[in-house]
Design a protein around this ligand. Structure first.
Ligand SMILES: [Zn+2]
Length: 507
């Protein structure tokens, strides 16, 4: 923890006139030192925490749509990575009690941080079980100007990136600390509750239904979700895996289009597995709630989609995008949020591959079309997509210039080396994290080429790349030709999809 961060945290606690002087906590646990208030992400000082690593979350919540009231208990199984006198969780709902290893612990709550002081310091390597009990109204709580909680026509959606966990369960909220999950959601009978992974059980008692979902593969905290509402649910088994798709019961035409496209989930996953390697998870599906929240999110095993994607009819491209994230984003997560191109560039490029395969325009044509759409000097080219800046990760350029970068790499090193790079990346970092420099190293190793200036131009330069073969432009590329008479058939849908996806974070 940097000294200035320490000072700032204390100042914040004092400023909010919150409980417990720091000195008291330290006196109670002389053998350890406090865990950092952040995991060390250069963009967000308070995302994640230091001093421990979570193995499993056991989350029980009860949710009432009418009042937006959420009650919960979360049992966190973690282990200390140093001798720990005190540690933080990212959480914004009012906490009632905290226990560590079955003993009552003291705690304070700041704007974004729940600070827990166990009775006894936790020794390095030792397991700690943390029980947190809480209740609140998520939609009323803002943290640093952010309020990601979504109320729908008939329920709610705990879906957001990079932040949502803190509004429904206490977490070490950073993709670097993945864990497995059991999530139980209790709702009034007649409502459905969807979540990640496998549906373990559905228990009806005293006018309520409790839906128990399990994600047995490591998952980043922001990818855990639940959605409550009234849904038509489709269940099947494909290639040995359970498929669950859910579309809002009163979704109208948009709902009908969404249902038809979500039913193609297994087919899209098969297509992507052909290019990216084996599907990494134990279940698949998708959820389209009754709400216009303006984006979709690649929730692990079961992405969640706003109905607006289907306003103009069928749209398989958004499904292709979110499912590609199962490899690039979910199984392989960013090391830091500045690595976001590894998620959004790749998922957008998957849309181009789908278009190419289905004769709606080749990736080469879509590359040309994107070039034509953003003339030199356009703000699009100003974004350094390899390090776009905090709160700018979901700029449209990260998606579209991001896809161009991969198509340029494909042209530069050839299909064989290119798809080997994509598959090796997914295999080497499966269930873990990866950074852009590591990806560049891999591309150079597989291709045997020096790609330093290629990636510098595409990822780290705030100018339009020169149309040279070294930069991965095809030999017959004519930068002056505007191919208006041959716009790829998929272009409008891909544009609309990526615009909606990119908008999400500008709320
Ligand atoms: Zn995306």
């Amino acid at each position: 923890m940097a000294p200035h961060a320490h000072v700032r945290r204390i100042a914040m606690v004092v400023g909010l006139a919150l409980l417990l002087p720091i000195g008291v906590a330290q006196a109670a646990a002389p053998s350890g030192t406090p865990g950092a208030r952040g995991i060390g992400d250069p963009y967000y000082a308070d995302y994640g925490n230091g001093g421990y690593d979570v193995d499993h979350y056991g989350i029980h919540v009860a949710y009432v749509p009418k009042t937006d009231r959420l009650r919960g208990t979360t049992k966190i199984r973690a282990h200390a990575t140093k001798n720990l006198s005190r540690f933080n969780l990212d959480f914004v709902l009012p906490v009632k009690s905290v226990r560590v290893n079955d003993r009552r612990a003291s705690f304070t709550q700041g704007r974004h941080e729940l600070v827990v002081t166990p009775k006894k310091a936790v020794a390095k390597g030792q397991q700690m079980v943390v029980d947190v009990t809480y209740a609140g109204v998520p939609s009323t709580i803002k943290s640093d100007g952010v309020q990601p909680w979504i109320r729908t026509d008939d329920g709610a959606a705990a879906v957001g990136e990079p932040e949502i966990a803190a509004w429904w369960y206490p977490a070490n909220d950073h993709p670097r600390d993945k864990a497995t999950y059991d999530v139980s959601v209790k709702v009034a009978k007649g409502l459905e509750a969807l979540g990640n992974g496998v549906l373990v059980s559905k228990r009806v008692a005293h006018g309520t239904t409790t839906w128990h979902w399990r994600e047995a593969k490591p998952m980043a905290p922001y990818l855990a979700f639940f959605v409550v509402g009234q849904f038509g649910i489709d269940r099947s088994r494909v290639d040995g895996l359970p498929v669950i798709t859910a579309v809002a019961s009163h979704g109208g035409n948009e709902g009908r289009y969404a249902a038809a496209d979500l039913r193609k989930t297994p087919q899209v996953i098969r297509f992507e597995a052909n290019h990216f390697g084996p599907y990494p998870f134990d279940a698949m599906g998708g959820v389209a709630p009754a709400a216009d929240f303006g984006f979709a999110l690649e929730n692990q095993t079961r992405p969640v989609y706003t109905r607006g994607f289907w306003r103009d009819g069928p749209n398989i491209y958004v499904v292709v995008h979110e499912l590609a994230h199962q490899w690039y984003g979910d199984s392989v997560s960013v090391q830091n949020w500045r690595d976001i191109w590894l998620n959004e560039g790749f998922a957008s490029f998957a849309e181009w591959l789908w278009s190419e395969k289905h004769d709606e325009g080749t990736a080469k044509q879509l590359f040309q079309q994107t070039w034509d759409s953003y003339p030199r000097g356009n703000g699009f080219w100003k974004v350094k997509i390899g390090n776009p800046g905090a709160h700018n990760e979901f700029n449209g350029a990260v998606y579209d210039r991001g896809a161009m970068t991969l198509q340029a790499l494909r042209t530069r090193i050839g299909d064989d080396a290119f798809f080997t790079v994509l598959r090796t990346w997914a295999a080497d970092h499966r269930y873990g994290n990866g950074s852009i420099p590591e990806f560049i190293d891999l591309a150079q190793t597989v291709s045997g080429e020096d790609l330093a200036s290629f990636f510098e131009v595409w990822l780290y330069t705030s100018r339009r790349p020169a149309a040279t073969e070294a930069n991965g432009f095809p030999a017959d590329f004519d930068p002056k030709v505007v191919g208006r008479e041959s716009i790829p058939q998929s272009w409008a849908k891909i544009q609309r999809t990526n615009e909606l996806l990119a908008q999400a974070e500008r709320r």
